[in-house]
Design a protein around this ligand. Structure first.
Ligand code: ADP
Length: 297
């Protein structure tokens, strides 16, 4: 079932001199199985937005309904909501604290009063889902590499068997290999049917993964739509202080240099095709690129 925001506004410290409006009239709909990227400058409301999706924050006005549960209703429903919607904060590995990886991943499921066998099944499943070898389960989480620690923290959330996984800058601070492994992991989880919502400043990463993009600016949804549509609106992105994908910037330079390559290019593969088309003297490069799918590179 979808995640729905209707005219949602949120104010921190309402009715105090330091009150701060963080969301304003947000309308959103995220369908099951969607991979949604959330972008926007610092302070634009991304973190406030995602905390409404698992009930950590409740709207000051408007409605948030997640999988049929109204965020604002009683605490019994909120427990169920937190189980369905896993939220992975920035640098989640800072929250690893148990002596072994096994105990860390088991922490959430144990709080659900599951029997020991079911807890163990979930720990092993989550460990393998994030691509960590089972041998690591009895080690201290602090012996793992940075990328492994982050995946361990995500395993702890997955062990709750959530339907929706929300991640705030999941590749921040990882080396290029760790980043690419993280993106592969998210892609694999999406293919297993999870709804994934990822806050990221990396348009290049979102171009590879996201079906839809929500651009936040000063607490409002400034733009939303299919990844390709949104990232083609370079003026709007600049207005929100967002960068174009690297490939699009290079193509822009090539066009400024007088070579008529297509402007609708977001991935390296598409750039290669567009340049080859010009070299071959194919005049219809633009038209064909307009129909290319999002995940083509
Ligand atoms: P982003 O995640 O896009 O950086 P946030 O949702 O964190 O944006 O913040 C949106 C606005 O709300 C900012 O102006 C920020 O200063 C303010 N804000 C965020 N958290 C709090 C808080 N706990 N108390 C008061 N103001 C906050």
């Amino acid at each position: 079932m979808p995640i729905i925001f209707e005219q949602v506004s949120y104010t921190y410290d309402e009715d105090t001199p330091w009150s701060k409006q963080a969301l304003l009239d947000v309308d959103l709909r995220i369908e099951d199985g969607d991979f949604v990227g959330i972008v926007g400058p610092t302070g634009s409301g991304k973190s406030t937005l995602i905390q409404h999706m698992n009930g950590l924050l409740k709207p000051t006005s408007g409605r948030v309904v997640v999988n049929g549960i109204e965020v604002s209703s009683d605490s019994k429903d909120m427990r169920q909501l937190r189980r369905m919607v896993g939220l992975v904060f920035q640098y989640p590995e800072h929250q690893l604290f148990e002596e072994t990886l096994r105990d860390d991943i088991a922490f959430g499921p144990r709080n659900l009063d599951l029997d020991a066998e079911e807890v163990q099944r979930r720990v092993e499943w989550a460990c393998s889902a994030v691509g960590l070898p089972e041998e690591l389960l009895d080690r201290s989480p602090f012996e793992l590499s940075g990328g492994q620690m982050r995946r361990a923290a995500i395993a702890g959330v997955l062990a709750m068997e959530c339907d929706v996984l929300i991640l705030d800058e999941p590749t921040a601070g990882l080396d290029p290999r760790g980043q690419s492994e993280m993106l592969d992991l998210l892609d694999a989880l999406r293919r297993q049917g999870l709804t994934i919502i990822m806050v990221s400043h990396s348009i290049d990463q979102l171009v590879q993964l996201a079906d839809r993009i929500v651009v936040m600016f000063e607490g409002r949804v400034m733009l939303q739509g299919q990844t390709r549509e949104v990232f083609a609106k370079s003026e709007a992105l600049r207005q929100a202080s967002l960068d174009l994908p690297e490939v699009a910037k290079i193509m822009e330079k090539i066009r400024e240099g007088g070579v008529p390559v297509s402007s609708d290019v977001l991935t390296v593969r598409e750039a290669t095709d567009a340049i080859l088309e010009v070299l071959r003297g194919d005049g219809d490069a633009q038209g064909r690129h307009n129909h290319r799918a999002v995940h083509s590179g």
